[in-house]
Design a protein around this ligand. Structure first.
Ligand code: GAR
Length: 196
């Protein structure tokens, strides 16, 4: 039986696309059973519709208790009966009101190495740190999300990325995303085969 994946997104969804492609190409023995976005205009929703995957939008309304939002989100996800919940560019911190419903089943992708540049704009911040001579490499990681730590948790996989002299930020970003697409699919494959 293919594993059931629910993918949470907030934007472009290029990593979602990598997962969809891998499922379609039988590279992953899985099927994306739902895509959920907190942003109604996330392009990833278009990608999901094009792939025939059901979508849900759950916008966060200002003033809502975070735990209340997360409980509603958990209900939506649980109704899809997922084996894994993949945070693929999901840009909201999740509280235990969500995470405790899916122990060891929430997987996050972050475009930096463990402990480096948690939060938003990690690629740009790493590039700026390199330009200041503070670091000479960065990378991407895939990890489990056990608690409310930001882009932190048991690491499933990392891949280092070296900087290239003279490379523009836009080109560097493209290179990071290409690494992410490969590492995310590879890590999910390992996880599903129980080799991690
Ligand atoms: C990716 O670079 C992902 O690693 C990052 O958001 C981007 C989403 O791109 N996630 C984080 O920064 C999490 N803190 P995508 O929408 O094209 O997949």
């Amino acid at each position: 039986m293919p594993a059931r994946l629910v993918v949470l997104i907030s934007g472009n969804g290029s990593n979602l696309q990598a997962i969809l492609n891998a499922c379609k190409g039988n590279e992953l023995s899985a099927s994306v059973v739902a895509v959920i976005s907190n942003k109604p205009n996330a392009y990833g929703l278009v990608r999901a519709v094009q792939a025939g995957v059901p979508t849900h939008v759950l916008p966060y309304e200002k003033g809502t208790e975070r735990r209340e939002y997360d409980s509603r989100l958990a209900g939506l996800v649980a109704a899809c009966d997922p084996d894994y919940v993949i945070l693929a560019g999901w840009m909201r911190l999740l509280t235990s009101a969500f995470l405790d419903q899916f122990p060891n089943r929430v997987i996050n992708l972050h475009p930096a190495l463990p402990g480096m540049f948690p939060g938003t704009h990690a690629i740009q911040r790493a590039y700026a740190a390199w330009q200041r001579g503070e670091i000479d490499r960065t990378g991407v990681m895939v990890h489990l999300v056990p608690d409310e730590g930001i882009d932190d948790g048991p690491v499933l996989a990392t891949q280092e990325i070296s900087f290239r002299t003279g490379e523009a930020l836009e080109d560097f970003e493209k290179r990071v995303h290409a690494v992410e697409h490969g590492l995310l699919v590879q890590t999910l494959r390992n996880q599903l085969m129980g080799t991690n």
